[in-house]
Design a protein around this ligand. Structure first.
Ligand SMILES: Nc1ncnc2c1ncn2[C@@H]1O[C@H](COP(=O)(O)OP(=O)(O)OP(=O)(O)O)[C@@H](O)[C@H]1O
Ligand SMILES: [Mg+2]
Length: 460
């Protein structure tokens, strides 16, 4: 079986034949064409996996061909070949969507490496795209990604709350950067309140003496500086959602008032004499150990139980490494789109390096790192060399991660056990399991058969 169909488009016959020959030796199904028209018809006849395209062709410029190739296959990698000194045109080529460009004279090892990377990235993307449904949820304008069991459960919960239109109080817990904001916004966006305000309040950021009037408003003359009447954030959120972030930092004095609101769906402005009825969905979040604050008397226990009707726990990213790749691909797409930059791709090695890091700053750290690379590096393919040093160590085989027990071990049993664990962790997703084990999907499939493991239940 060939490693992929590569179309070589160059009008110089010697170069074309030379490339064809070497590519075939490397196991590619190479087909040479001499001009743009033949290239397009070859592509229409049978899909290709990669195109090597000379910038100057007798009947067209490679630059003009790019959009027509894109129209036939939007994700087909194209490596543009340019004459020495055509840097500007080459830059234009990359902007126009070429995967990469190479200057003549072509260095074979470099070319082969580029081809391999481009194909590997494309394969990976394809596999991920295949089960995109399983790892990407769109709640109105909020996108949530993840393929771990934990994220699937979260997505399911958001959907269920949305369908019921339930205003049950939700408490979101998780370390900093685990996605508490996204989840809160997703709950709002998925539910019947989406057309009404979503108000995010960071309880830590509010000065203590103002918290109460910020949240609940005040009447004229309620205190020295209160000249006119003011509506609070709860009133502004009427019929929508208020997201009280870092709820653990809410001053004790305000906690009683919040509890009153949760019990009566009504509040009184500071200095007011009447209760106002409001319909506000309250979502809270914290990365602190609230139980401790309850034990020390800093947080009211009755309020804690009120807020905690529905609990969403977001585990740290290091405990759900199968979410790293989908998050990384999502962030790269999103950042390129937001920053209006040409699409970038992550090399398979870079993805592996990202998956081997333990992410103390969780998804936010991942996003920040990718943002810096997308902004500062021009390369089309983000590779390990672009990553910060702390991430560059892809573990080599032979590194001592297991210690052989004194009594020895059955390799077959160990292998079977690890395969089962990988499948369990990825909820039966073979692409993800194969990646965790450093295997190709085919190799994994072969071993599943060998051990008689049912991929779906992950047990023999
Ligand atoms: N599952 C996810 N899908 C899509 N984007 C995510 C996901 N998790 C996190 N993000 C993104 O990662 C970044 C950090 O997440 P977020 O701000 O929600 O974290 P947080 O838990 O609220 O952190 P903090 O406690 O510091 O406020 C955001 O840009 C967010 O959009
Ligand atoms: Mg947050």
């Amino acid at each position: 079986m060939s490693k992929g169909r590569v179309l070589v488009c160059d009008d110089e016959m010697l170069i074309r034949l030379w490339l064809e020959e070497h590519l075939r030796e490397e196991g590619y199904a190479a087909e040479g064409v001499a001009d743009g028209t033949t290239l397009l018809s070859a592509l229409e006849r049978e899909p290709a996996d990669l195109i090597l395209l000379d910038l100057r062709l007798p009947d067209a410029s490679g630059l003009d061909l790019l959009p027509r190739i894109r129209a036939l296959d939007p994700t087909l990698p194209v490596i543009m070949i340019t004459a020495y000194g055509e840097v500007e045109t080459a830059v234009a080529a990359v902007r126009a969507g070429a995967h990469h460009f190479l200057e003549k004279p072509i260095q074979l090892p470099e070319l082969l490496l580029l081809i391999e990377q481009a194909l590997e990235t494309r394969l990976l993307r394809r596999e991920l795209d295949q089960d995109r449904e399983g790892y990407r949820w769109q709640f109105s304008d909020v996108v949530l990604v993840g393929r771990s069991y934990a994220m699937r459960k979260v997505a399911e919960l958001i959907t269920r709350l949305g369908i019921k239109g339930s205003p049950a109080n939700v408490l979101i817990r998780g370390e900093s950067g685990t996605g508490k904001d996204v989840v809160a916004r997703a709950i709002h966006a998925r539910g019947p309140r989406q057309a009404f305000p979503f108000i995010h309040v960071n309880c830590t950021a509010l000065p203590e003496n103002l918290v109460e009037s910020e949240l609940f408003g005040h009447e004229a003359g309620a205190f020295t500086d209160a000249r006119g009447q003011k509506r609070g954030l709860f009133e502004l959120a009427d019929r929508g959602t208020i997201f009280l972030d870092e709820i653990g930092d809410m001053p004790k004095s305000v906690q009683a008032k919040l509890l009153h609101f949760l019990e009566n769906h009504a509040l009184r402005r500071v200095g007011g004499i009447r209760d106002l009825s409001l319909d506000v969905h309250v979502i809270t979040a914290t990365n602190r150990d609230i139980e401790k604050a309850v034990a020390s008397g800093d947080f009211r226990e009755d309020l804690f139980y009120r807020l905690n009707v529905v609990l969403v726990h977001l585990p740290p990213l290091r405990e759900r490494p199968e979410d790293i790749a989908p998050l990384a691909l999502h962030f790269v797409d999103l950042l390129c789109h937001e920053l209006r930059l040409p699409q970038r791709h992550l090399s398979a090695d870079a993805l592996r390096a990202l998956e081997h890091y333990d992410w103390p700053g969780n998804a936010r750290e991942l996003r920040n790192i990718l943002e810096r690379i997308v902004l500062l590096e021009d390369a089309e393919i983000i590779d390990v060399s672009h990553l910060p040093p702390r991430l560059r160590s892809v573990p080599e085989h032979g590194e001592r991660t297991f210690v052989l027990p004194p009594a020895g071990v059955s390799l077959d049993d160990l292998e079977r056990e690890l395969i089962c664990q990988a499948l369990e962790r990825t909820a039966g997703n073979k692409t993800g399991a194969a990646r965790l084990l450093g295997l190709s999907r085919d190799t994994l499939r072969y071993r599943l058969e060998k051990y008689g493991i049912d991929g779906a239940t992950a047990r023999p």
